[in-house]
Design a protein around this ligand. Structure first.
Ligand code: SAH
Length: 372
């Protein structure tokens, strides 16, 4: 390569978005594609990738592991639920856990994951750790998918200021051939297939150099049997849990009940409001008053496409407004939250004022009439 040309390239290579963001986006795309429920990030450092992944709706269990507890603790508070998570609990459940330990050791808390990510980790491992790594990740954890990224040393000549390695803590940096031969051998040993790709494109005309970050995506060939999970289980924990957050979720009966009560009262209030404003509209004129009933009968204009069947119409009797539970249940959001009418009744029992036969939400408007 012409030296001047190489120098010119060295000046202009600047990845946009930055390379680390491209790596995280690669993992996010993989999560969108395979929709894993349980994801572990090994060598999670300051938890930036974990933070990004907590927004992926398929994930219910997220775990991080790092040998350096201090770096994990730096931003681990960002993995805690926010007030809004309590105000509007999600339909999915989510638990985030951080462990302090080494990928050279097995711990039962790392069993049962669907996806394991090792982003820019292996080049930080000592020779003895790297030797144990395949058995821990592919043999013991044995997730359906493993993604490993590592620097491609062939790209280094294009990067400014790289002396021996890109980072002082790197123990090695591999060429494409070195990474691929290690990955293929690991995949062969543990019955995985592996495909190679990367992020950080080389400049035009220099495609042979390969990606700046090389990535191997390993997919387990055969489904794991329950037996092998059990028999491999070690007796003792090797990691220390340093953080655990359980997000509020509608799967938890306590949050579901709150959400249902709020939604039932909110819906009933809207229906009542519509009903009362219609009533007022028609109340002065006797002819219009009879039209009022007809209008209530065809009560299908409120709340979009609410289906009104016989005996589902809300009505006013003296000082009481009755909003049938069946009507409230037919509102899509309430319906989705509860699933069955019986569940709706059970969740609001004793928490919402109902008519004596329990079939309708009841409001007393005596006070409101007085105010008017
Ligand atoms: N994955 C992160 C950080 C990469 S730096 C990212 O892409 O931004 C590598 C990380 O691996 C460091 O935080 C380091 O502490 C951790 N690490 C090094 N050796 C380890 C080991 N044996 N077990 C677990 N983590 C290790």
């Amino acid at each position: 390569m012409d030296k001047n040309f190489q120098e010119e390239i060295t000046q202009i290579i600047k990845f946009e978005p930055p390379l680390y963001k491209q790596r995280y986006q690669f993992v996010k795309d993989l999560v969108e594609k395979y929709k894993p429920k349980k994801v572990a990030d090994l060598g999670c450092a300051d938890c930036s990738l974990l933070w990004m992944l907590k927004f992926c709706s398929s994930i219910e269990v997220l775990a991080g592991l790092d040998v350096c507890a201090d770096v994990m603790k730096e931003k681990m508070h960002t993995l805690s639920p926010l007030p809004v998570d309590y105000l509007q609990p999600s339909e999915r459940s989510l638990t985030v856990t951080l462990h302090h330990g080494s990928v050279a050791h097995k711990d039962p808390c790392m069993l049962g994951f669907d996806l394991v990510t090792c982003i820019e980790l292996i080049e930080h491992l000592e020779e003895s750790e790297l030797k144990k790594f395949p058995e821990v990740v592919f043999g013991f954890m044995a997730p359906s998918i493993v993604v490993i990224s590592t620097p491609n040393s062939e790209f280094n000549s294009l990067l400014p200021r790289v002396m021996l390695y890109r980072h002082p803590d790197h123990k090695f940096e591999w060429s494409q051939a070195q990474f691929q031969s290690w990955a293929l051998e690991t995949a062969r040993c543990y019955d995985y297939s592996v495909e190679f790709t990367g992020v950080g494109h080389p400049p035009a005309g220099m495609e042979k150099v390969g990606f700046c970050t090389q990535i191997g995506v390993f997919v387990r060939k055969y489904p794991q049997t329950g037996e092998s999970v059990q028999s491999e289980k070690p007796m003792e924990a090797a990691y220390k849990t340093v953080f655990k957050a359980v997000y509020p979720s509608l799967k938890d009966e306590k949050y579901l009940q709150n959400a249902v009560i709020n939604e039932v009262i909110f819906t009933a209030q809207i229906i009542k409001h519509r009903l009362m404003s219609k009533r007022e509209e028609y109340s002065d004129d006797p002819e219009r008053k009879s039209k009022f009933q007809a209008s209530v009968d065809s009560f299908s204009d409120y709340l979009g496409k609410l289906v009104v069947e016989k005996n589902m119409e809300p009505f006013v009797s003296g000082n009481e407004v009755h909003i049938p539970l069946k009507t409230i249940f037919s509102v899509p959001k309430v319906n989705r939250l509860c699933g069955t009418f019986e569940k709706l009744c059970k969740l609001i029992e004793g928490k919402v004022t109902l008519s004596s036969d329990g079939s309708a939400v009841m409001f007393n408007i005596e006070h409101e009439n007085e105010e008017n």
